[in-house]
Write a protein of this length. Sequence first.
Length: 116
Amino acid sequence: MRNILLDLRRAGLLHSLRGADGGYCLTRGPEEVTVGDVLRATNGAITTVRGLSVDAATYQGVAAGLGELWGAVHRSVADIVDNVTLADLLGASHEQPSSLAISFCAETRQRRLGSP
């Protein structure tokens, strides 16, 4: 879990706060962070073929057409995950609590940095 949080922080999706009120919070609202952002931050590529990026995988002989197929699969998956946000996953019933959590994070950060 810690490695995932560090990956998300390195990607600029999370901000860490130290101390008793510490933890992690989103750097942007949940409606601005896509599932694709999270997958790229934690996995690198959205899709891989035999451990390689779709563009780096090569095929020969009768399998030569697979590169085009995997490219289409990658584009389709990327289109889906890039259009679903964390807010979408939380659903309407959780919209208010997530907004409060983001607001709390911003207030905590301001207190720690000495901003009004």
